[in-house]
Design a protein around this ligand. Structure first.
Ligand code: TYD
Ligand code: MG
Length: 454
């Protein structure tokens, strides 16, 4: 049956025959999105993911044997780390990122590695670039294209037709914003098109057991029709980020049904494509000849490995009624809280100072283990006195001024020792039971004692 065009409110689910700015049911504005709708509520085509005509049956959880979901290694180590082991059959992965960050490069390299030596078949669907452009890139990357099929197409029905014929083990859609389905009248890239196309591709992945990678551009203006509208539909969400000025790129997982989240994969963009960075601590740490005020090296833990990162603070007298607090790579609310703790428990006044804190290297720190480092960096800048250059710091600062332990303390200390640090300032509960060779550890229980010790 040919689908009729209809609109649905994203807030309350009400259907409307025509688009309008406001939903007539719930009154919300700008929530109407075009959907494929046949006229009957609950009709098969309104329910993505419904592939069989058999009546469904419930079964006991214990009777289900989980499929071996180890996944095949993608051939790119940093990618496997972020995916949680490898490429899982039937999994749908969304890779978001700014235009030009290197998503196409990464996926082409991954596809080449995954399909290499006849391990599996791959299909690369490009809706953005011509076959010549993709071929040019693959030459530049030194990829042997013998096992990769390329399709330049944007019509979803054609893509699915080719995919069903080729039955690839890994399929890449570059990008989901260019794909459109004839079932909807709206333009490619609109919320309705992106969602409906993705739903059909997900259905294909699940029924053919293919792994599908969707590229999604993050749009500057509020991520409309970007990866955000797909995040809940796919199995894994990865973001590829990095500074324009820096050649380093970070692949981060924010959702993963097959592995851990907040895992980081770190790459360097070179002439010959993306190269995995095996010792990331070394790149985030530009060691200065002499230590500078306001700079503190901390050991944070992103995903499953420790990373040495430099935190910088600049504290300067403010002439504003509301002094500025700027945190780059860090939660600004956390900074405000730490300044309050510093005042209340350390007696250090910053209410007449502008405070800027930056995590070097464009990395974003989400764990509380950075608290102590941020606090000390602020104090060091305020006093204009540098901390010892061979000192690392980590630990959470509580509201009552206590220093709380963070997970995997010993591993963090070992990472610091490996990079030549000689001193560590950590919460008391993170002090190792046995001495660590070459590392002098100070482990106070409270912030006051930590401040006094430096
Ligand atoms: P691309 O993968 O096209 O980005 P996206 O798909 O996310 O839009 O990569 C874009 C940038 O990467 C481009 O500016 C050039 C650079 N690049 C290199 O530096 N080296 C390379 O080998 C390749 C292929 C690209
Ligand atoms: Mg691209």
């Amino acid at each position: 049956m040919r689908a009729k065009f209809a609109y649905q409110c994203q807030g309350c689910g009400a259907l409307a025959p025509k688009w309008s700015g406001q939903c007539s049911d719930c009154g919300a504005w700008n929530t109407l999105v075009e959907i494929a709708y046949s006229g009957r509520p609950g009709a098969a085509e309104n329910r993505p993911g419904d592939v069989s005509a058999e009546p469904p049956r419930a079964c006991m959880l214990e009777a289900i044997s989980p499929a071996e979901e180890a996944g095949i290694p993608s051939g790119v180590g940093e990618m496997d780390r972020v995916l949680g082991g490898g490429i899982v059959a039937g999994a749908v992965v969304l890779i978001g990122g700014d235009p030009g960050i290197g998503k196409s490069t990464l996926l082409l390299q991954m596809l080449a590695a995954a399909t290499g030596e006849g391990k599996c078949s791959g299909l690369y669907v490009s809706g953005e670039e011509s076959a010549q452009q993709v071929a040019l890139r693959s030459r530049r990357l030194g990829i042997d294209g013998a096992r990769i099929k390329l399709l330049t197409e944007t019509r979803l029905e054609s893509i699915l037709g080719v995919a069903a014929q080729e039955a690839p083990r890994v399929m890449i859609i570059d990008s989901i914003q260019t794909v459109f389905t004839e079932a909807l009248a709206s333009a490619p890239g609109s919320v309705g098109q992106v969602r409906e196309s993705a739903a059909q591709l997900i259905r294909f992945a699940k029924s053919f057991g293919a792994s599908v990678f969707l590229v999604g551009h993050v749009t500057k203006e509020g991520m409309i029709a970007g990866p955000r509208v797909l995040e809940h539909m796919v199995d894994t969400v990865l973001y590829f980020e990095g500074d324009d000025s820096s050649r380093f790129r970070i692949l981060r997982s924010t959702k993963n049904r097959y592995g851990p989240v907040h895992e980081l994969g770190i790459f360097a963009m070179t002439e010959g494509g993306l190269r995995p960075v095996t010792n990331p601590s070394a790149i985030f740490l530009q060691r200065h000849a002499q230590s500078a005020a306001g700079s503190v090296v901390m050991v944070c833990r992103q995903g499953t490995r420790p990373l040495l990162i430099e935190v910088q603070a600049l504290v300067d007298q403010s002439f504003l009624a509301n002094p500025r607090r700027v945190a780059v790579g860090l939660d600004p609310n956390r900074l405000a809280m730490l300044l309050a703790v510093l005042h209340r428990h350390g007696g250090i006044v910053t209410h007449d100072q502008d405070v800027f804190v930056n995590v070097v290297g464009g990395i974003r720190v989400t764990e509380t283990g950075a608290d102590l480092a941020v606090t000390l960096a602020v104090l060091s800048s305020l006093r204009g006195r540098p901390l010892p250059a061979d000192m690392v710091v980590f630990g959470e600062v509580g509201l009552s001024g206590e220093l709380r332990p963070v997970p995997n303390g010993n591993e963090r200390l070992r990472e610091a020792a490996k990079h030549g640090f000689r001193r560590a300032l950590v919460p008391k509960a993170n002090a190792p039971r046995r001495e660590m060779a070459g590392l002098e550890i100070t482990a106070p229980a409270r912030l006051e004692a930590a401040l006094a010790s430096i």
